[in-house]
Ligand binder design. Structure first.
Ligand SMILES: [Mg+2]
Ligand SMILES: [Zn+2]
Length: 180
């Protein structure tokens, strides 16, 4: 990946960034359970307005656990894409890792395989200096850093220090947009 490509991309984790993270070890297994976080749709539109391409990269181990089928996940993602598009925030791609942590695949974050897959399948010419990975877990930040991206951790700004590898921290996607 080159440093001065043409594409400015925001790689976004899904749960806890765009929508409410399901409680406990749960998974969003149907669109009826999908709840956008406050301001997330506006934030996605604002990112698009700033020239970012939007790519979702999400670990969905619930598939590997047999709690949800690939068809169900893809149905949720079709609804997500349609809702975002109606709001003026067309999503360029959604990539998921269906594997178990114990599978040792290359696509489960903290590995950067999903990001690489997105770059390849969408034919992205990344401008690494101006592209970001935005996530709410250290796993996301590690994956983004491994791919050479700037990283932004969604989390509490006060109190705990940001994850050492994160370039920036913001309490929500809506706040994050102001920093990008
Ligand atoms: Mg998350
Ligand atoms: Zn995987």
């Amino acid at each position: 990946m080159r440093n001065y490509g043409r594409d400015k991309v925001a790689f976004l984790d899904r749960d806890g960034v765009i929508n409410e993270a399901p409680g406990g070890c749960g998974y969003v297994t149907a669109w009826a359970q999908f709840r956008f976080l406050d301001g997330a749709l506006d934030a996605l539109r604002a990112l698009k307005g700033k020239g970012y391409r939007l790519v979702v990269v999400t670990n969905q181990q619930g598939i590997g656990k047999g709690l949800m089928g690939v068809d169900a996940l893809e149905a949720i993602h079709r609804k997500l894409r349609a809702r975002c598009a109606r709001h003026g925030a067309v999503i360029d791609g959604i990539f998921f890792c269906p594997h178990l942590a114990s599978d040792g695949c290359d696509c489960r974050k903290p590995r950067p395989g999903l990001i690489r897959q997105a770059v390849q399948e969408l034919g992205l010419d990344l401008d690494l200096g101006r592209s970001w990975l935005i996530g709410d877990s250290p796993r996301d930040i590690e994956a983004g850093a491994a791919a050479g991206l700037n990283t932004l951790l969604i989390g509490s700004v006060s109190g705990a220090a940001p994850h050492p590898a994160a370039s920036a921290v913001a309490p929500s996607l809506a706040d994050a947009v102001q920093l990008l």
